[in-house]
Write a protein that binds this ligand. Structure first.
Ligand SMILES: *Cc1c(COP(=O)(O)O)cnc(C)c1O
Length: 428
């Protein structure tokens, strides 16, 4: 499918039925698979043959859907995980050991910030956070001899900063390490980070990819371009024999195209088990089939709401990279020419108090710890998703206390603007 346009890939990639086979991706609701001889199964365990033996490691439904996402991103291999959190943890832990270090953009999803700064620190993996707006010199200064990866989000949730992927990739590569980009908000419809030099892409498929608020899930995609063997001293997990897997050296046996995902599946999924259920993969695929249509409407609604808020007297500021006044407008023109996403952040002039009144009076937009769903939802991050952060950390992460995040769904934009307008009118 790789020569088709992205809209066609959304609908048709990953699964091609044979004669008389089901048109829709079949749900293989089976934990295990049957073999005629132990020898046949042994080959699978030795990674000598491809096939299925246990759904924690691989399942056909999941593989069809992962293959579609790989094709949409322009990658060579992909895997599904039980959540976006698992995807980011696996992507980092696949190449970082105790004693290693990560350079990360400071404006990332709260859950990922916690994962890297608290939980992975407990595992002996430390991190340096840099502003996504840092200069090449500042970014270079964040590296240590033990740095193994650079991490950032195409469009940060909820700060809505736009990552200069080319710059981050260039500096990462100058230090012999890959750039991992969480592409959840942009989706491959609006940005394909591999085209700008990123090496690994992750997703919370819970968001736009599913798009209906129905199934938590994640995905990891490999560009197949990073040369692990050229940096073998940095990546012993990929470039030296894995004694827990019959002495296989992943980068030798599976090459640049397959080593990362094969190791991540055969080792991390085997041992940690954050597997996506085939049912969820099926639901995710239904979402993917209309992703290109929905993203268009999400962006149209986001743009209309951002413009309305921008001109409203009770609004202090609006963050949306589709507004010419936005700090990231130029970056968005480069990386997101078809549109960014449906998420708009704004600050009310009346601060925390006004935010409370506004939230209480919304009728169509629901208060939810969620974004990127067909239904419009709204959140005040300081009092919910980011509540573990200090005021200083909140500012640094780009989510000050008065900030409201609205995730525009795919309803009619006139109804959305009417709802926002009447809620703003309730503020004294
Ligand atoms: C939601 C989100 C995650 C975490 O994903 P879950 O599926 O909720 O575990 C990671 N990154 C970004 C950018 C997100 O928006």
């Amino acid at each position: 499918m790789s020569n088709y346009k992205i809209n066609t890939k959304c609908v048709q990639s990953g699964y091609t039925p044979g004669n008389g086979e089901p048109r829709q991706v079949p749900i293989i609701q089976s934990t295990t698979f049957k073999y005629d001889t132990s020898e046949d199964m042994g080959k699978l365990f030795d990674l000598e043959a491809t096939g299925y033996f246990y759904t924690r490691l691989q399942n056909p439904t999941n593989d069809y859907v992962a293959a579609k996402i790989a094709d949409m991103e322009g990658g060579t291999a992909a895997m599904l995980t039980s959540s976006g959190q698992a995807a980011n943890f696996y992507a980092l832990f696949n190449i970082c050991n105790c004693g290693d270090h990560i350079v990360s953009s400071s404006t990332i999803y709260g859950g990922t910030f916690n994962l890297i700064s608290v939980t992975m620190a407990k595992m002996g993996i430390t991190a340096t956070f840099v502003s996504p707006d840092c200069t090449e010199e500042e970014l270079t200064a964040a590296f240590q001899p033990n740095t193994k990866a650079v991490f950032g989000e195409t469009i940060a949730n909820p700060a809505l900063t736009v990552l200069d992927i080319e710059k981050f990739a260039k500096i990462a590569h100058a230090h012999g390490v890959p750039l991992i980009v969480d592409n959840t908000f942009a989706t491959p419809i609006n940005c394909r980070p591999f085209e700008w030099g990123a090496d690994i892409v992750t997703h919370s498929t819970t968001k736009y990819m599913d798009g209906h608020g129905a199934a938590v899930g994640g995905a990891i995609v490999d560009s197949g371009k990073f040369d692990w063997m050229a940096n073998a001293d940095k990546f012993p997990g990929l470039c030296t024999p894995d004694e827990s897997y019959h002495g296989i050296t992943y980068a030798e046996k599976f090459g640049k195209e397959g080593a990362f995902i094969t190791k991540c599946t055969a080792q991390l999924m085997r041992d940690l088990g954050s597997v996506q259920s085939p049912q969820h993969a099926f639901i995710l695929n239904l979402g993917l089939e209309s992703l290109h249509l929905r993203m268009q409407r999400h962006c149209e609604n986001g743009q209309a709401v951002a413009e309305f808020l921008h001109n409203h007297p009770k609004i202090d500021y609006v963050k949306y990279c589709g507004l010419p006044s936005d700090k990231y407008y130029n970056a968005a023109q480069k990386y997101l020419p078809k549109g960014s996403c449906g998420v708009v952040s704004f600050g009310l002039k009346g601060g925390r108090k006004a935010a409370e009144v506004f939230m209480k009076n919304l009728k169509l937009a629901a208060i939810e710890t969620h974004v990127a769903d067909a239904r419009t939802c709204c959140l005040n991050p300081a009092t919910s998703t980011h509540r573990q952060m200090t005021d200083e950390q909140l500012k640094e992460a780009g989510v000050p206390a008065e900030l409201i995040r609205i995730s525009c769904g795919i309803e009619d934009k006139e109804d959305l603007i009417f709802d926002i307008s009447q809620a703003l009118d309730c503020i004294q």
